[in-house]
Design a protein around this ligand. Structure first.
Ligand SMILES: Nc1ncnc2c1ncn2[C@@H]1O[C@H](COP(=O)(O)OP(=O)(O)OP(=O)(O)O)[C@@H](O)[C@H]1O
Length: 261
């Protein structure tokens, strides 16, 4: 098995006396799709803030490709919960934003993003304003802006949380196809159990705050996963839900469980 690209060891974080993360250890290997599943307010987004440089941990370490993560080299492309498209920029100019921030000229950036518009289902919408797109299209535009930066790893923070159920299911299928095609190393935050099972190679289940890793689950369902409602997927979902709902303080003190389903 390949060495981890990203490795968090014993990460702890408090805010003004509020303990949020408590000894979080997890890893993601090259090309893996890993999810962090946990209750609302557990501290999932705080993990991403530690990775993207906004925050420093109180304890523990973060390594990327075996070396400490340095402030000047952030290997992550990050997509936040809300699409954060700028309403005053056309879709094409929203998708070039990350590249322009990195110093690429707008014309070179446009050339780069244009090749991806058909794959992201956005061909013909380059000159539209964000308000003229559906929710799913806006999320695809935000994801295009994220992946075109060609960073080593994708961090997705509940990217489909604001979408209706039907659009969300379509986006999950589309993301699976894109992930298989491009082999993106991906860490996804979600509190949607079904989404985690459908997309992930492995899932870390967190307790509520202060978050600890309660269970690590390897999802061995074959890919491509077309049938969201298969008996096996439903059994994994039920098991995960049970784990989440029974995440008591007693379990919190047990060592992390590891399971392959
Ligand atoms: N900069 C901050 N200062 C103080 N408290 C913070 C800060 N950032 C987060 N918190 C607190 O840390 C806790 C965890 O927040 P976080 O956003 O990481 O949770 P989450 O699991 O991502 O939640 P959700 O699933 O609802 O998005 C919350 O109680 C929040 O109020």
């Amino acid at each position: 098995m390949s060495a981890p690209r990203l490795e968090l060891r014993g990460i702890a974080k408090r805010f003004d006396g509020l303990a949020v993360l408590d000894e979080i250890s997890l890893h993601v290997r090259k090309g893996e799709f890993v999810s962090i599943l946990g209750p609302s307010g557990a501290g999932k987004s705080t993990i991403f803030k530690l990775l993207t440089g906004g925050l420093a941990p109180d304890a523990g370490s973060v390594a990327f490709d075996g070396a400490p993560l340095l402030a000047e080299r952030r290997p992550f492309a990050f997509m936040p919960q809300h699409d954060a498209l700028m309403p005053w920029r056309r879709i094409i100019d929203n998708t070039t934003l990350g590249l322009e921030v990195q110093g690429m000229s707008r014309s070179a950036a446009r050339e780069r993003v244009m090749t991806l518009f058909p794959e992201f289902g956005l061909a013909g919408f380059e000159q539209h304003w964000p308000a003229q797109l559906s929710g799913g299209m806006r999320q695809r535009a935000a994801l295009l802006r994220t992946v075109v930066q060609e960073r080593d790893m994708l961090l997705l923070d509940e990217p489909f949380g604001a979408l209706d159920a039907l659009t969300r299911a379509g986006m999950q299928r589309w993301l699976q196809t894109m992930w298989e095609r491009h082999s993106w190393t991906t860490l996804l935050i979600t509190h949607d159990v079904r989404e985690a099972v459908f997309l992930s190679d492995r899932i870390y289940v967190l307790t509520d705050r202060p978050a600890r890793v309660l269970t690590e689950i390897s999802v061995s369902l074959p890919r491509p996963r077309l049938d969201l409602a298969s008996a096996q997927a439903s059994a994994i979902e039920a098991d995960l839900l049970h784990t989440l709902l029974n995440s008591t303080s007693e379990q919190r003190n047990r060592p992390c469980l590891t399971a392959v389903i």
